[in-house]
Design a protein around this ligand. Structure first.
Ligand SMILES: [Zn+2]
Length: 443
């Protein structure tokens, strides 16, 4: 479908005609065409996706930005089923098919955590060769008897995903240590992997070798697992903040909006840190979703300058280098992210009588730090492995991990544990579908 739409507009371009972007016009082009065994609405959904992608490109081009019209012929495109186009029956899910085609039932790997009557739409997604179902449900807003006059300021950061300051002069800091460890390990793992893949990469216009395609599939699986871990940690962190706010009957959450931070020039190193390892959209989104569900109003404020202004004497302070903030004017000493959160709260109408110090700050963790035995570590942690006289069980020796460069090395040297792991995955092939859930309120 997707490829067909690209072809359609390419053909029109070659003939010198105007392209078709409008959804209705695309649907007209579809009339009479065979769109396969899935329901017609699936084809229309693809057309809708294509249409909005084209309009978005046109809008960006008009605004002077750099954008390109869709041109990659994707083999699979997410498809959304709404209303009567799906039926949810426990772990079984029916997806609409074309007239005359047999019914299509999909088995889910786990239960959907919502009341089936509340589910409004399901989206079929393929990621790294596996099928996923993204579920949108209408969830009622909880009633916690909150006071909208009580304000919490939240600073969304790189080192600490969230730092919050409450109305009673206390603070909460969620540590991102696990997140950073995971990011670092994944980055290192990806580097090693792509170095190995690069030698096998196909030339332009050539189909990759089987070996290369297998490596690429592994790469994608690792990427998906990594993102799942990061997102889970974000949700944990957001949950901690919301529970903390609800316990204080806070009705308003003021969140520092770092909009524009990724466009600012901050030097190559800082830019890379900001753009690659800080998934701020997800971080802010997770917090906003959970707040809305708990009945808390979210206000976004510009966070510029909040980490370099003293909340007590309102003077500008040179940006602190470490995590500690010291005011040279009034001598205030506090956690840098807590200062940011206090200033953000003040910008959103909150009043902070006293800036929380270390004694009134709660520290929480989110996510799990990758273990010392994490398999990804084995790929690059060779120096330590080489020094060890007898390798830890489950840890392949340096010869098998690094020495595979030469063709003559024996891949059969894997430790028995590694082999049993592989056997285990063979015995339990991945089942058809997994469920990702999203909190969509007011859908
Ligand atoms: Zn000061």
């Amino acid at each position: 479908m997707w490829a067909g739409l690209i072809e359609l507009n390419r053909a029109r371009f070659v003939r010198g005609g105007p392209p078709v972007f409008g959804f209705a016009a695309l649907c007209r082009e579809l009339t009479g065409a065979d769109v396969g065994p899935l329901a017609r609405i699936c084809a229309e959904d693809v057309a809708k996706r294509y249409s909005s992608a084209c309009f978005e490109t046109a809008r960006r081009k008009k605004a002077g930005g750099r954008a390109r019209y869709p041109r990659r012929k994707r083999a699979v495109v997410p498809v959304r089923f709404r209303f009567s186009a799906f039926t949810l029956d426990g772990r079984r899910l029916r997806l609409a098919t074309a007239k005359g085609e047999p019914e299509l039932w999909v088995r889910l790997a786990r239960d959907v955590p919502y009341d089936p009557a509340a589910v409004r739409a399901v989206t079929l997604i393929v990621d790294a060769g596996r099928l996923f179902v993204d579920v949108s449900a209408e969830v009622p807003v909880e009633d916690h008897d909150l006071d909208p006059g009580r304000v919490v300021g939240v600073d969304v950061g790189i080192i600490h995903p969230y730092a919050a300051v409450g109305p009673d002069g206390d603070a909460l800091v969620v540590s991102g240590r696990a997140l950073r460890a995971e990011e670092r390990l994944h980055l290192e793992d990806t580097k090693r992997r792509s170095a190995r893949m690069g030698r096998k990469a196909p030339r332009r216009g050539q189909r990759g070798s089987r070996r290369w395609r297998r490596l690429r599939a592994t790469q994608r699986r690792a990427e998906r697992r990594h993102i799942a871990k990061i997102h889970l940690a974000h949700h944990e962190a957001a949950k901690t903040v919301i529970a903390w706010a609800v316990a204080r009957r806070v009705g308003t959450l003021v969140v520092g909006d770092p909009k524009g931070i990724t466009h600012r020039k901050a030097g190559r190193r800082q830019n890379r840190r900001v753009n690659t390892t800080w998934r701020r959209t997800h971080l802010t989104g997770a917090l906003t979703d959970k707040a809305t569900r708990a009945g808390i109003t979210v206000v976004l404020v510009d966070e510029r300058g909040t980490s370099s202004t003293c909340p007590r004497c309102h003077q500008r302070v040179p940006k602190p280098r470490g995590r500690a903030f010291t005011c040279p004017h009034c001598g205030l000493l506090a956690h840098r992210d807590v200062i940011g959160a206090a200033n953000i709260a003040a910008r959103g109408g909150g009043t902070i009588d006293d800036v929380p110090d270390e004694s009134s700050t709660t520290h929480r963790r989110a996510g799990t730090v990758p273990t010392r035995r994490d398999r990804r570590r084995h790929r690059w942690d060779t120096s330590r492995a080489a020094r060890r006289s007898s390798p830890t069980p489950g840890r392949p020796t340096a010869a098998t991990t690094v020495g595979s460069r030469s063709k003559g090395s024996q891949p059969a040297q894997h430790h028995p544990r590694a082999r049993s792991d592989r056997a285990a995955t063979k015995r339990h092939p991945p089942r058809i579908a997994n469920v990702i859930t999203t909190n969509a309120t007011g859908y």
